[in-house]
Every structure is written in C-alpha cells, then in structure tokens.
Design a protein around this ligand. Sequence first.
Ligand SMILES: Nc1ncnc2c1ncn2[C@@H]1O[C@H](COP(=O)(O)OP(=O)(O)OP(=O)(O)O)[C@@H](O)[C@H]1O
Ligand SMILES: [Mg+2]
Length: 349
Amino acid sequence: MTNKSYVMWNNKGGVGKSTITFHVASVYAEENPDRDVIVIDMCPQANVSMMLMGGGKEAEVKLQEFITLGTPKTVVGYITDSITRSGTSDLDKYITKLADVNQHVPDNLYLLSGDGNLELIAPLLSERADATPLSETDKPWIDIHTIIKELTKRQLTDRPCTYFIDTNPSFSVYTQIAILSGDYLLVPINADDSSIFAITGLFNLIWGTEKTHPVYGKYTFSSKVDAFGIDRPKIALLLGNRFTQQKGAAHAFKALSNEATKKMYEEYSKNPDRFIKTDVIPKTQSEFEDAYSVELRDFNSAGVVAANQGIPMSRMDRNKYEVYGEQIQVAKEQRDLCKQTIEELVSKL
Ligand SMILES: Nc1ncnc2c1ncn2[C@@H]1O[C@H](COP(=O)(O)OP(=O)(O)OP(=O)(O)O)[C@@H](O)[C@H]1O
Ligand SMILES: [Mg+2]
C-alpha cells in the first residue's frame, strides 16, 4: 500500500469544502485503521482545523496556541521550515494527533493545522517562487509549489498515509500549492449559477484557457506547470452538495444541477485524461454522472452539531446536543441518513 492524497477545491466559496473534508476524513480514518489519515488545512480561515479540534471556544484557544508557538504547529510552521531548510524531519513538531484534543475522532486521524498567517506569508511565497534561478538546477517555482506535495509522500509511522487537503476558494499561491499536492481532485458544487460558472473557472485556472495570451500567457500557473512538467491532480468526483435553502422549487434545482453535470461532462468529453480512469468509460451524460458524481444530502441540525462540537456523523449517538446554550434535536433517522451519505462517498474513494 502506498500514500494517497485528495484535494478538495472549487473556485467558488461556501460550497462545503471544509465541512465535507471534516466528515470524509473522519469516516475514512475509521474505515481504514491500517492507514494514518492526515488533514492538511491550506485555508487561512482554518475552518476544518476548528471542527477537527472539537469546535467552539476550546478549539479556537488551541488553534491560537499552535499559531503563536515559536515554530507554529501549523502549515505555516511546516512551510517556512521547509523553505529555510531548518529541517522538517520531525513531523510531530507540526502535525497533531487529533484524538489528544478531540475525544470524538479516531486514533489514526491527524492534522496539519490551518493558520491565518498563511495569508501574510503568501506574498513572500510568491516572491520566492518567481525569483530568478541562480543556476540551471535552481528551480524556485517548483520548490515552492511542491512543498506540500513532497509532504504527502512522507509517512508518520510505518503505515501508509492518506492525505485530505482543504483549500481556500481563491487561486492564491497557497491554493496552487494545495492543488498540486493532490493525486485526486474532489470538486464540491451547489446547484446554483455561480457554481456552474465556477466549473469553467476551475478548468481555466488549473489547465489553462484554450487560447493563451501571447505576452502574459507564459506567466500563468498552467503554463508554468506545463513548462516544469509537474503533474496535476486527476478529477475523481463531483460532489453535489445539496442544501435545503437552495432547494426552493425542486424543478429549478434539478435543472441547475443537471446543467452543472452537463458542463463537467463536456469537459470530460474534450479531455478525459483530466479525470481518473473508471472501469467502464462513460458514453452519455447519465453514465458520466453515475461514474463521477455523488450527491450529498443536507445535514440540517446534525451538521450544525457536528461542526460546533467536532463530532463525525458516525459518532453522533444522542438525540439532543447543546449548542451555545440551546438544546438542538437531532433525530436518529436524520443522523443515520447523514452517516449513510458520508459512507457512500467514502466508499467511492
Ligand atoms: N450538506 C450540508 N448540509 C447542511 N449544511 C451544509 C452542508 N454543507 C455545508 N454546509 C454549511 O454551509 C456553510 C459553508 O460550508 P463550508 O464552510 O464547509 O464551505 P467551504 O466551501 O469550505 O467555504 P469557504 O469557501 O469559505 O472555505 C457552512 O455553514 C456549513 O455548515
Ligand atoms: Mg472552507
């Protein structure tokens, strides 16, 4: 068995990247006790780190503690030590065993925490990446852009690792680093026009536009990736994240969700090599949908409790939880449905 890595990205914000990363990573860890599962939080908002560390005030305090250490126990600590060659041989210095801070998660789940300072160091990372090479063997752009990819080749123990990387919707340098670190790309979308529009953006940003600008073209991310021969992740799944608030008219919802799949299928038809290979090659939009998409239900109150207390769906075993002084009902039937939805997604990875 070897390491694997999944990166969750969509150019659109608020589609559920962090929420899905939290649920998928925790269930995946439960189902794969022979692996170490490491979440890398490449979003300065650190939402998935908060959930994984148990949510609420306590997680916020813990996160602050990590961020303010001399060597931050976060992505910023790891990235800066990698660049300054301070030595990152001891991964325990950066990566947290989550069961030590959150009683609800399995023992084999770990976190390289998010850090708001990632935003602050971003211009410095870009500057270094774009520095003029000192020699033929000096490749600053590659060095910076593959920092996290190099990490995903490492193991914490003698067991293989699966990495889940959460991202920010922007296409900033840290998002580029995150995208290049995944073997597989998971794309959450909602059924709305901006999600559909973002699909085009995603392809243009990662793979480049069909026509490149004669002057600026060579400065784009995509032309650098081509020039340096770096591998991009393969699209593995489209995650239709269905929120009730957007459902409104079921009919309109279906039309939009259909349009999003159509757009992805068009991209697939033009460039199937950008997607993972499936056993049966899809020949219609409907076959494509079966092979490459999963529908996630609305988590309702179970989702609110999960995020607030860092409880994966599989470990939510009560009918009532207290959230900021309010009693929240989470019916068993609803908990089971949410659990099922995540398990189905994990079974496709
Ligand atoms: N399946 C779902 N059911 C109910 N609520 C959901 C679901 N998925 C996401 N949400 C809610 O939608 C909001 C946005 O989700 P989330 O923060 O995971 O998105 P994101 O893509 O990570 O956002 P950002 O782009 O800001 O990083 C959150 O309040 C979250 O609880
Ligand atoms: Mg997020």
